[in-house]
Write a protein that binds this ligand. Sequence first.
Ligand code: GLY
Ligand code: MN
Ligand code: MN
Length: 446
Amino acid sequence: MSHRCGFPLSAFTARRQALLQYVGESGVAIIPTAPECRRNRDVYFPFRPSSDFVYLTGFAEPESVLVCVPGRPEGECILFCRPKDPEREVWDGYRVGVDAAAETLGVDQAFRFDQLNEMMPSLLGGRSRVYYDFGEQAAWDQAVLSWVRAVQEKVRTGIRAPDQFLALQAYLHEARLLKSTDELAIMQQAADISVRAHRKAMTLCQPGLHEYHLESALMAEFLAGGARSSAYASIVGSGQNGCVLHYIENDAPLNAGDLVLIDAGAELHYYAADITRTFPVSGTFSGEQKALYEVVLQAQRDAIAAVKVGALWSDYDACAVRTLVSGLVDLGLLKGDVDNLIERKAHKPFYMHRTGHWLGMDVHDVGRYKLDDQWRKLEPGMVLTVEPGLYIAPHNEDVDERWRGIGIRIEDDVVVQEGEPWVLTAGLPKTVEDIEALMAHGSGDS
Ligand code: GLY
Ligand code: MN
Ligand code: MN
C-alpha cells in the first residue's frame, strides 16, 4: 500500500526518522494509540486513533503502540499490533496483522500487542531516557513504569535502567504545529467539504424546521465528501442558544426572526476544519442583528489581516478585541473610552473566549502558544482559527432589551504564510449581502 490516510508512506517514514534523530541513541520513545471507548453496555464509539500515533504511522487499528529505539540493529521502529484473527475479522473487519504490518506501514519490525510486557524491558535496558507522555492514559502510565521497574530489578547484572523521563510532546507537538504542503492540501479538502456543508445548511434553513435538520444536512455533506466524521460535535444554536458557546442539544425549533449559529467542521484523514457562520432563520437580518453582525465581521477581518509571519500569537486577538469594543461603544452597549474599556476587560460579558486556537489533527490542536513565557511569533505553515463573536446574554439587564439573546460568531481557518494569509474557508459567504443572497437564491458568491 503506497498511500495511507491521504499521504504517501514516505511521509510517515520521514516523520519517524526525524523523531529517531531527536530521541538519540540513548533514548527510547513510546507512542501508544488511543483506547477503545465504550458508549454503553456492549456498544463502542467509533474508534479514533490518537493523533500523535497516526501522525507517525498512518495506522488506524486499535491496540497498537509504536516504539522507537534509535540505533537498534534489528530495527529502530517497532510496531506492536493486533494479530490476524480470522474469526474476529468476520465480526470486526480486516486487520493488517503482524506479518504484513512492517511492509504495509514501512516500520522495521512488528510484533503482537500481547508481546509488549515480555519485550519492553529488554528494549528499555541499556537506555537512559524514556520519551513518553505521562498523564494521557493511566493504564499506559502504569505499564511504562512496570517495564522500567523490570529493568531496574536487573541492574545487578550490569544493565542500565532508564533514569530520565521526558515528555515526547515537547518535540512531537512542535512538529505537528508546522504543517507540510501535503498536510495543508488535506486541510484544504476538509475545509472545502465543510464549506459545502455550511452552504447546504444555509440554503435549507427556514422557519418550522428544527436545529437538527440543519445538523443532518451538515453530516450528510460531510459523509458525501468522504469525511467519515465531524471533527467535533456540531453546534447548531438558534435564537438565544447561539449564546451558549458549546451548545450541542440542537433540538430547538427554528423561529422566524431569530439568528442561527452553526459551528461545525469535517474531519478528513484525521485533519479538522472548524467553521462558524451565523445567519437569519428566515433569510433577512433585523436591524439589531445586522448592526452586531457587522461589528463581528469587521473584527474578524481586522484579525485575519493581523495573521502575519512574525506577528505575535496575541496580536490578532488584541486586534479583534479592539474592533469589538469600539463597535460596542458605537452601538451604545458599552460606554467609555475604548482603551480603558479594553484595559478593564469590560467586553467579557459579551466576548468571553479568545479569538482562536491552533488547528490541525485535533480541532484545538497541539503546539505551545508561549515560548519562554512570551507569546510566540507566527511562522509559515502554522494554521489557526479566527473566530470573534458577540453574545448578548438573554438576561443581561445592562443593555437595552432589543439586543438581548443575540449570539454571533464568525470563524474561518487560516494558514500563516508570507504575504496575505491563506484562508482555507474563504469559499463560504460571510457578508450580510452574500448570506442574504445565498438564502434567497441559492447563490452567495461575491
Ligand atoms: N468548534 C470549537 C471551536 O471553535 O473552538
Ligand atoms: Mn468552531
Ligand atoms: Mn474554533
